[in-house]
Write a protein that binds this ligand. Structure first.
Ligand SMILES: Nc1ncnc2c1ncn2[C@@H]1O[C@H](COP(=O)(O)OP(=O)(O)OP(=O)(O)O)[C@@H](O)[C@H]1O
Ligand SMILES: [Mg+2]
Length: 364
């Protein structure tokens, strides 16, 4: 099911009548979610991710704009008539019901022509339990299962009515690191097997990158960039997106363009032919540094952290916007570090330049 958002806006008024401050939680969203894709809605806490999801499912009414599922305008429809399945961070299973009955619950509410027989319900429950691999847990109660198992039950419950759209709000946040990884792979498999159009909300950029076909990056209610994970990482539209994606974080320096070159301090680090002079931010991915005793960028060496395959060089530079920068270097590379300095040359494709005033990317 294709989803189209048109000028979708949600404003929340101030707390009291006197309070004139209003929050624009979702500000003029215009985009299309293609049928059968998994979209990651990514941004820092409070940027409006949950509000956007609640608008799509109908738990919130928009201040402005429309939501279209396929050819149908669903803006005025209540959640139960939109054919959406929902999963939240706290799985909200009924503690007194078995897994089987928890999954059955949404089916029991079906009325009229949609009403199912016991056998039909059983078939659907077995099918979805198999899909999320909990067939052998159906007689348990939620308290008798791990967090990951409970989350799978919640996903099964959301899927049992065969929704056309699956909406997930930080569904993995309560799981420990290992289970989180496992469950996210599982989720991706389930999404691909069912082909259900899915919106996945997270503030974890790594999670969003690994699971999504397309990422939507938000900040303060405003869509910043939408695209495939790799292309957003490689071509961030502004400094916010560049800084939000990637671990360790991108390294940002105060720099400037002069006479067709990009400089950090005295060091010319890139060519910028045809670009006007002016202040810029020079943002370098950790993997964009190359150890090079003749390289242009000289830094003060702080320490080296061995990570196995790679080594993380921690260094200082007076134009670095932060305390210490981090460069990821293959472990076999040799560094003598006698004078307490380390010199780098840079991989141009891993360096992004942003306008000093607008923070927009300058394409070289
Ligand atoms: N019911 C409400 N009334 C007033 N303001 C609200 C309401 N719900 C959300 N907000 C405000 O809207 C903004 C977006 O909130 P939202 O919950 O969508 O953020 P989020 O991106 O999901 O954050 P988190 O990652 O912390 O869950 C915030 O400033 C929040 O305070
Ligand atoms: Mg939220």
């Amino acid at each position: 099911m294709k989803i189209v958002l048109e000028h979708l806006t949600k404003k929340f008024p101030g707390i009291s009548k006197k309070d004139k401050s209003e929050v624009i939680a979702v500000n003029d969203f215009n985009f299309e979610i293609p049928d059968g894709k998994l979209i990651g809605l990514l941004g820092p806490s409070g940027c409006g991710k949950s509000t956007a999801l609640n608008l799509i499912c109908g738990l919130e009414k928009p201040t402005n704009g429309r939501i279209i599922f396929g050819d149908l305008d669903v803006t005025g429809l209540p959640p139960e008539n939109r054919g959406v399945g929902l999963v939240f961070q706290n799985y909200a299973l009924y503690p007194h019901l078995t897994v089987y009955d928890n999954i059955k619950f949404p089916l029991e509410n079906l009325r009229g022509k949609d009403k199912l027989t016991k056998e039909q319900m059983d078939a659907k429950i077995q099918e979805v339990a198999k899909l999320v691999q909990i067939e052998n847990l159906l007689e348990r109660r939620p308290s008798e299962m791990s967090g990951g198992q409970q989350q799978r039950v919640a996903i099964a419950r959301a899927l049992v009515k065969r929704p056309q759209v699956l909406l997930l709000d930080e569904p993995l946040s309560n799981l420990d690191a290992r289970l989180r990884l496992q469950t996210r792979e599982e989720l991706k498999r389930i999404q691909q097997e069912t082909g259900i159009t899915t919106v996945f909300v997270t503030h974890d950029q790594e999670e969003a990158m690994s699971i999504s076909d397309t990422i939507v990056v938000m900040k303060d209610g405003v869509l910043q960039q939408m695209g495939e994970p790799q292309s957003i990482y490689d071509e961030p539209i502004n400094l916010f997106v560049a800084s939000f994606l990637g671990t360790p974080q991108i390294n940002v320096f105060d720099g400037y363009i002069k006479d067709g070159g990009v400089y950090i301090g005295e060091a010319k680090v890139l060519d910028a032919k045809g670009q006007p002079d002016g202040d810029v931010s020079v943002a370098i991915r950790p993997e964009g540094f190359v150890l090079d005793s003749n390289g242009p960028l000289e830094c003060e060496f702080v320490t080296r952290e061995v990570m196995g395959r790679d080594t993380s060089f921690v260094a200082k530079h007076d134009k670095f916007r932060g305390e210490k920068l981090r460069a990821i270097i293959p472990s076999e590379e040799i560094y003598d570090g006698k004078d307490g300095k380390v010199r780098f040359s840079l991989k141009p494709s891993k360096v992004h330049i942003f306008d000093g005033k607008t923070d927009e990317r300058i394409k070289l």
